[in-house]
Write a protein that binds this ligand. Sequence first.
Ligand code: CMP
Length: 138
Amino acid sequence: MSNRTFTMIKPDATSKGYTGAILDQIIKAGYSVKAMKWIKLSEEQAGLFYDIHRERPFFGELVQFMSSGPIVAAILEKDNAVADFRTLIGATNPAQAAEGTIRKNFAASIGENAVHGSDSDENAAIEGDFFFSKLERF
Ligand code: CMP
């Protein structure tokens, strides 16, 4: 069990002005921020980040959406970080997300679902390394 996870606040949420409210919910859930940046991905960069989904039918839509506006990328720390964060954000499809979860509160659809959360300790490390150098994390 690792104590770190990786998240992105996605372009739908940043463009609707939800960034502060989402960060507030994350901090109130006990996470501390170990790295953070406000950044706009190119289509190529978004494709590399989501390379594991390259063969999925929604890949093109996903890449276009994730490069359509700024995101907030962050490394977060807390005990049991990965699993607890998945609970905090709720199901990938906001229609199936539990009450009070970030996706229930802020997401519109399965494609535009407000936040990303790593699905394993291994991917949390890979995804954090994608965005942050050693100098940018604490
Ligand atoms: P995320 O947790 O960032 O990881 C992969 C993303 O692919 C997922 O959130 C969704 O935003 C997106 N995704 C998954 N399934 C679909 C789908 N059926 N249609 C569009 N986007 C999807």
